[in-house]
Write a protein of this length. Structure first.
Length: 544
């Protein structure tokens, strides 16, 4: 076997093994997987820029503060409502209803929630976004790679007031962490891991920090260690060698030196181990933070670990053109972690889509080459590139699925990606028509959204056709929003550019939605008992 063939076989085998546990496309977690995989630039999920570089302040204009540490604090305080005896509480976004409590003092909680709110959607809960934010922030700060699972469900009310506070004694802290499911060693580790970045704000904790405010540091932040913008073991090394600056360990007020009491709870055994071995510190932090993020109510079932998919469609849509043909447009994302992936030039990467018609038949003419997107993309986990798809498909033959054949360079053997064996499904029955759809400005009275769609007419009687619209509304007592769903029936509008499709439309009030969060809608048709859907279309922005 030649080396090119051997490499192709090994790559295909590795993709198969990783695919055993990964979901296939489409998935309810596609939005989260996108945000996890693509950090910035084209196709970027938008979360990583909020903590890049590691020391950046929230939204980039709140001097002295650090977004990454505030995200981590938010997640722990949210999780701290968990009760191991009842199985209630945990990471469920109840923190949104708890920010006025003394244990959650400061503006950092709401600042972080407002940032995360931009990523709430029908398929991404606030609590999932919070967990993902911590994972991305810690990795971007040089910390461990924490596995990501999705499926958290947001609470609709606040939880118990069980967050540990610095003035409490060691016995109270030990009991509080035990109720959350952490023993003494794990308590020490979780506090050390949480305090390797960030610091204490004088404006919020004047009994722990004093004389620290300035024009450049208006909140008077004093950092936990000398490398607040790097996830490392300095919190431990400085504690052990006596050079700590942690205001909760060596502060002027012994009553609030809770870190000192916790670090020494086992005679400094754990902190010495952390100080001696930075890799041990990182691995333990990874395990503890993963447990923290996965501490959820016992009624919640989290997904399998979500890893970047090697090949994935992005914003791929099928629509009916004015000449009666179908247009498949969007992108194919290629991800890899190998040296070959890092060295690849997207302009020398062959990427070909081959599809089957609506009856599942192949034809040599059913293919198109995808062109490299010139704007680069970044990922914390490897190398990612996008390729644009723009293909014309005869409406008579249609499409049911496609596969992707690709390589990291034109001299290499192609890898065949078939989405776990069944191909990437793409239905051609109910299609959203973006070019004809529009929305009236929100500044107008009673703003409305108008959606146009086309539905095939040769499959039998259409039982029902409708729009499932998911938007966000404010909720009392929290800066977070919640998703609400509404269904609007599609009405037959007339013929289309193809005798195989009829046009449908509906206009409906936008309602009291907020711009915070992601608005999506599905175009759905039920024909002879079978449901067809063009799902997760983004909010229409074209003005009427």
């Amino acid at each position: 076997m030649d080396m090119r063939r051997a490499k192709a076989v090994l790559l295909a085998a590795s993709l198969f093994v990783s695919g055993v546990y990964a979901y296939v496309w489409p998935s309810p977690y596609d939005f989260l997987e996108d945000a996890y995989t693509v950090s910035a630039r084209f196709g970027g999920g938008g979360i990583v820029p909020g903590v890049d570089p590691c020391g950046v302040s929230p939204f980039g204009f709140l001097p002295g503060r650090q977004a990454a540490s505030e995200w981590l604090r938010l997640a722990y305080h949210d999780m701290a409502t968990y009760n191991i005896e009842t199985g209630l509480g945990g990471l469920d976004a109840s923190i949104g209803f708890e920010t006025t409590r003394a244990q959650n003092i400061g503006t950092a909680m709401n600042t972080s929630l407002v940032f995360f709110g931009a990523f709430q959607s029908k398929t991404s809960s606030m609590s999932d976004v919070m967990a993902l934010g911590v994972i991305l922030a810690m990795k971007n700060c040089g910390g461990p790679s924490i596995p990501f699972r999705a499926g958290r469900i947001d609470a609709v009310t606040g939880g118990p007031e069980t967050v540990p506070e610095p003035q409490q004694d060691l016995e109270m802290h030990t009991a509080a962490f035990a109720l959350q499911g952490f023993n003494v060693t794990e308590m020490i580790g979780l506090v050390a891991c949480g305090h390797t970045i960030g610091g204490v704000h004088q404006v919020d904790f004047p009994l722990s920090v004093q004389n620290a405010t300035s024009a450049q540091n208006p909140e008077g932040v004093v950092h936990f260690d000398d490398s607040f913008d790097s996830f490392d073991n300095h919190i431990a090394t400085q504690w052990i060698d006596g050079t700590s600056t942690d205001p909760l360990a060596v502060g002027f007020n012994d009553t609030t030196n809770s870190d000192a009491r916790i670090f020494a709870a086992d005679g400094n055994t754990t902190m010495r181990a952390f100080a001696w071995d930075p890799e041990f510190f990182s691995s333990q932090c990874g395990s503890l933070l993963e447990r923290m993020l996965n501490t959820v109510p016992n009624t919640v079932q989290l997904s399998e670990v979500i890893d970047p998919l090697p090949v994935k469609p992005y914003q791929l849509q099928l629509s009916l053109a004015t000449n009666g043909s179908l247009i498949m447009s969007g992108y194919i994302r290629i991800f890899g972690t190998s040296a070959e992936a890092a060295a690849a030039s997207e302009t020398d990467m062959p990427v070909t889509l081959s599809w089957k018609d609506r009856n599942g038949q192949s034809n040599t003419t059913y293919s198109t080459s995808a062109l490299a997107v010139s704007q680069p993309s970044t990922s914390l986990w490897g190398n990612v590139r996008f390729f644009q798809v723009d293909a014309i498909i005869e409406s008579q033959s249609g499409i049911s699925s496609f596969v992707v054949d690709w390589a990291f360079n034109s001299q290499d053997t192609l890898t065949h990606s078939d989405n776990g064996g069944g191909g990437f499904p793409l239905q051609d029955v109910a299609l959203f028509q973006a070019d004809n759809s529009c929305v009236t400005p929100a500044s107008q009275a009673n703003p409305t959204t108008t959606v146009f769609a086309v539905i095939r007419t040769d499959l039998g009687p259409i039982t029902s056709a409708y729009i499932d619209y998911s938007s966000n509304v404010n909720q009392e007592g929290s800066v977070t929003v919640k998703q609400v769903a509404a269904r609007f029936p599609l009405v037959h509008f007339g013929n289309s550019s193809s005798p195989l499709y009829d046009t449908y439309s509906v206009s409906f009030p936008t309602g009291e939605t907020t711009n915070q969060g992601v608005i999506t809608f599905d175009v759905v048709a039920v024909i002879t008992g079978k449901t067809y859907a063009s799902a997760n279309n983004l909010a229409i922005t074209t003005p009427c």
